[in-house]
Design a protein around this ligand. Sequence first.
Ligand code: DUC
Ligand code: ZN
Ligand code: ZN
Length: 484
Amino acid sequence: MPDFDLVIRHGTVATASDVFAADIGIAGGQVLALGRNIGPGAREIDATGKLVLPGGIDSHTHIEEPRPGPTANADSFASGTASATVGGTTTVIGFARQARGGSMAAGVAEHRARAEQSRIDYGFHMILTDPRPEILTEELPALVEQGYRSFKIFLTYSGARITDGEALRVMAAARRLGALVCIHAEHHELIEFYTEALVAAGYTRPVHHAWAKPMVVEAECVHRVCRMAEALDVPIQVFHVSGEESAEEIERAQRRGLKVWGETCTQYLVTTAEDLDRPGLEGAKFLCSPAPRAKADQAALWEMIRRGVIGNVTSDHAPTRFGGPNGKTAFGEDAPFTKLPNGVPGLAARMPILFSEGVAKGRIDLPTFVAITATNAAKLFGLHPKKGTIAVGADADLAIWDPERRVTITRSLIQDANDHTPYEGFEVTGWPETTLVRGTPVVENGRVVGAPGFGQFLPRGPYDLIKPRGVFPGPFNPVDGVPV
Ligand code: DUC
Ligand code: ZN
Ligand code: ZN
């Protein structure tokens, strides 16, 4: 009679704090034992020479999000989460969006239905595009209670942006409800001003997207939202910090003791604005917002990761095909950058690139890799300790990783529904051979075996990390309308 459903033997286990040799006994989808010479499993995997890592948590993914035509999100939940598992990711947090003038609850219900086909576990941030009083006071309390415990707000993009005044009201609601606000921070009017001038001067190629939103556009807004969060004593995460100056704003806020967390994305560590300048529309394959920056920004971001200023690295997976009627070329081969959908695919490439560029090249150690790919996101979004670590009682979400394997990333390898990857030809050292979600293999030797619909919704209850500090800059608490 086996003691476990599955035993993974002879591997080197890594968490965000430790690296140690251990066998892992799994039953009922959870880790039940970590030790040496543990009892038999109904199935056993020999992990000699391999690392056993917490499955990745990609806390910023746009999968199967509808958008007005003609371009479309390339992935379904089935294809997007297949690709995630190929790269060792076992949990995604996506976005349920409120339509302008519409209800947030309706946006959540629609997206929840799409996510039924997820192969891995998932949660949602709620994108508030129209935070009317009744949304904040009537809909959000119930939705947060149901486990949708984070909001995303955009301060740019015409169809999604809210004003600073609305952002303050969302922050206040988050403080009252115990939810985390995640922010797309770029100065909208400044981008529009640049864009008008660029278009008038005939600068409309993909590279001019980066000209339209230089770092000042982001750094100003990151500074602004940090100060707004300080004024209201509200914890925030700043999404997709793309380079040195905005990371410095985050660091300054953290030094003042604020609960401000910074996220960056794979693309800001390995692509630059020069990639947008490839011939024809090729640069569109690298076009995202904020825009990719310079080599010096990549080095600065790695330093900010080492210092803990940037705590998690996501894909910001936002897939649009290149060709076809819904692709980036839908507006023609010489489409101006103003028409091009923003975003790059990256679910599968995220962990292998971070491992290779980070651990294999000596920029970060293995526990830091685990922290930025899994543990910190689990903590920040209320999934820890069930997710994001390897511990007795945690879900057996694991990536069995060959640290020596050399792989050239290609479109066919990453198995999403797109027709390109910005990482085509990128060479990495280290690759996940087997990925398990709750003890069940979803990838075996590079082959996707996880079933659509296996993924479970992860409701997120209240947790201490995102509690406000109780510190205001003046004698008055403007959220509750009382003296401090
Ligand atoms: N930037 C975003 O903020 N969202 C999706 C794509 C992108 O580039
Ligand atoms: Zn964004
Ligand atoms: Zn995004």
